[in-house]
Write a protein that binds this ligand. Sequence first.
Ligand SMILES: N=c1c2ncn([C@@H]3O[C@H](COP(=O)(O)OP(=O)(O)OP(=O)(O)O)[C@@H](O)[C@H]3O)c2ncn1[C@@H]1O[C@H](COP(=O)(O)O)[C@@H](O)[C@H]1O
Length: 108
Amino acid sequence: MDVDLLIKTLGDTLEARREAAPESSYVASLLNKGEDAILKKVIEEAGEVLMASKDGDKLPLVREVADLWFHSMVLLTWHGLRAEDVLAELKRREGISGIDEKNARPQG
Ligand SMILES: N=c1c2ncn([C@@H]3O[C@H](COP(=O)(O)OP(=O)(O)OP(=O)(O)O)[C@@H](O)[C@H]3O)c2ncn1[C@@H]1O[C@H](COP(=O)(O)O)[C@@H](O)[C@H]1O
């Protein structure tokens, strides 16, 4: 599965969990708990990334970054956004040297 399809498939799964019963899955339960619970997981995973980085072991670092990306995707889903929105923003920044927030962003 290529990266685009993986992102789309996971995004579709996360979106479907918005309608699922909280007891039926981890993501449904987290979305049901709400924004603060999701933000708590994002911060927790960011802390675990920090510790894995300082430990210097590459595999644990990759796993913690995966947890952070995953929980960030859950946060986006809670807001009705998708990972594709973030990818579009990164794509937009490509080629922008010395990003100037005021002038680089599309208005409106
Ligand atoms: N990619 C993931 C994924 N990454 C991490 N996690 C879960 O995130 C949770 C929190 O991770 P932690 O390291 O904090 O573990 P923990 O301390 O045991 O968890 P908590 O007690 O804090 O909840 C764990 O239960 C992991 O299983 C994930 N759960 C689900 N997915 C994907 O999301 C999809 C939907 O998942 P479900 O809603 O569970 O069906 C699945 O198809 C998976 O591909």
